[in-house]
Design a protein around this ligand. Structure first.
Ligand SMILES: NC(=O)C1=CN([C@@H]2O[C@H](COP(=O)(O)OP(=O)(O)OC[C@H]3O[C@@H](n4cnc5c(N)ncnc54)[C@H](OP(=O)(O)O)[C@@H]3O)[C@@H](O)[C@H]2O)C=CC1
Ligand SMILES: O=C(O)C1=N[C@H](C(=O)O)C[C@H](O)C1
Length: 242
C-alpha cells in the first residue's frame, strides 16, 4: 500500500483524490494547501500528487526532489518556464505531468494522433472544450494535450501553429493551423472534441467527463505506478502502456 500526499487537498480534485484513496488500495499521507508544509508532507509520503496552482510548482518539485520521491503534476495552465522546471526535476526523480489523468482522454489522444497522421494537413484540426465556470486557464490542459498529439503526428511544433481566441476580422484560417476554442459555464467536469474538417466531410473525436472521479482514479494509479521508477519524465501513456 502506497502513501500518497495531496497538494491542493482542499480543492475539487484534492477532495476527489482523497475519496479514491479512502476507498482503495492506497493510503492518503495527508494534504497541503496554500501556506501548507509540502516538505513535511513529502517526507511522510511515497509519492505526491499536485493539483494546485502553477505558482506552487517549483516549490512542489523541490520538496519531492529533496525527499527523493516521485510526483505527479496534474495542475494545468503551465508555461514554458514550468515545463523547464519539470525537465530539471525529472533528472533526479520520476515526474509525470499531464493535463488529463483519465483513461479515456489518454486513449483519445492516441486516436487523435492516429487520425492526424493518416489524414494529413488538408484536414483542419480544431479542438473545442467546455468546462465549469470556476476554471481559470484556457485552453484547458487537455485541449493542449490533444493539440500536441495532432502536432506531433504532423511533425510540427504546436506553439508555431496555434490559432486560438479568434475574434473580429481574423483572416482566413492558416493551412496546417491547430485551432482552439474554449467555453466556460455551469458545472461541466470536462468536454473535449477534436474536429478534423476536410473537403465536404468531418470527423469528430470526443470525450465527456461525467465527474472528477475519473481524473482522481487516474491520478492515484499514475502516482502509484511512479514509485520505484527511474528518474525521468513520464506521461499517462507510459502508465497505460499505450
Ligand atoms: N490533470 C488532470 O487530469 C486534471 C487537472 N486539473 C487541474 O488541477 C488544478 C486544480 O483543479 P481544482 O481542484 O478544480 O481547483 P481548486 O481551485 O478547486 O483547488 C485548488 C487547490 O489548490 C490550492 N492551492 C492554490 N495555490 C496553492 C499553493 N500555492 N500551494 C498549495 N496549494 C495551493 C487551493 O487552495 P486555496 O483555496 O487555499 O487557494 C485549492 O485547495 C487545476 O490546474 C486544474 O486545471 C483538474 C482536473 C483534472
Ligand atoms: O480544471 C478542470 O476542472 C479540469 N482541468 C483539466 C484541464 O485543464 O484539461 C482536466 C479536466 O478537463 C478538468
Amino acid at each position: 500500500m502506497a502513501k500518497i500526499g495531496i497538494i491542493g487537498s482542499q480543492g475539487h480534485m484534492g477532495q476527489a483524490i482523497a475519496a479514491v484513496l479512502g476507498a482503495g488500495e492506497h493510503e492518503c499521507a495527508g494534504g497541503a494547501d496554500k501556506d501548507g508544509d509540502v516538505p513535511a508532507l513529502a517526507n511522510r509520503s511515497d509519492a505526491l500528487v499536485d493539483f494546485s496552482s502553477p505558482a506552487a510548482l517549483q516549490a512542489n518539485l523541490d520538496a519531492a526532489s529533496a525527499a527523493g520521491i516521485p510526483i505527479l503534476i496534474g495542475t494545468t495552465g503551465l508555461a514554458d518556464e514550468h515545463h523547464a522546471a519539470i525537465e530539471a526535476a525529472a533528472k533526479h526523480i520520476p515526474v509525470l505531468q499531464t493535463g488529463n489523468t483519465s483513461l479515456g482522454v489518454t486513449l483519445l489522444a492516441h486516436l487523435v494522433h492516429e487520425a492526424a497522421a493518416r489524414l494529413g494537413d488538408d484536414w483542419d484540426v480544431e479542438v473545442l472544450e467546455m468546462h465549469h465556470r470556476m476554471k481559470v486557464d484556457a485552453p484547458s490542459g487537455t485541449a493542449l494535450l490533444l493539440g500536441e498529439a495532432a502536432a506531433d503526428a504532423r511533425g510540427i511544433a504546436l506553439s508555431d501553429q496555434t490559432e486560438s481566441g479568434r475574434d473580429g476580422h481574423t483572416g482566413a484560417r492558416a493551412k496546417g493551423a491547430i485551432g482552439f476554442a474554449a467555453l466556460r459555464g455551469g458545472t461541466v467536469a470536462g468536454e473535449h472534441s477534436v474536429i478534423l474538417a476536410g473537403e465536404e466531410e468531418r470527423i469528430t473525436l470526443s470525450h465527456s467527463a461525467e465527474n472528477r472521479s475519473i481524473f482522481a482514479r487516474g491520478a492515484v494509479r499514475g502516482a502509484a505506478w511512479l514509485i520505484g521508477r527511474e528518474a525521468g519524465r513520464y506521461t499517462m501513456k507510459d502508465v497505460l502502456d499505450l
